[in-house]
Write a protein that binds this ligand. Sequence first.
Ligand code: NI
Length: 133
Amino acid sequence: MSNEPIDLAAALRTFEDLWSPRVVTQVNDYDVRIAKVAGEFVWHSHEDTDEFFLVLDGELGIGLRDADGERVVTLQPGSVFVVPRGVEHRPFSQDGASILLFEPTGTSNVGDQHEQVPDHITPTTGHALEPRS
Ligand code: NI
């Protein structure tokens, strides 16, 4: 974990792959992760943890399925949203977005329950942020 300030814009420039979170720092037993996203993720849920989203750039939609049915929330840069534990959700971004996630270390991006994972998505608990060479 870095003890220097972390420039998120610079960190975002160190990778291009989509739906592949980088762990930028940790807070107690939580990761602060950043990711680039475009297109659709998979429907999934996290049984034991809420999931915090902050949009850094672009527009992010999150489909939600809960007891009230299915709905979509749309987040602009600077907007945050928390998906409660156990709620099925599917992030998507038609034109691409950069997001920050805050969730317990070890949390899988595809959750505990998910539909079949397509080829463009790799299940991960987050990758280390590599210094730019
Ligand atoms: Ni999730």
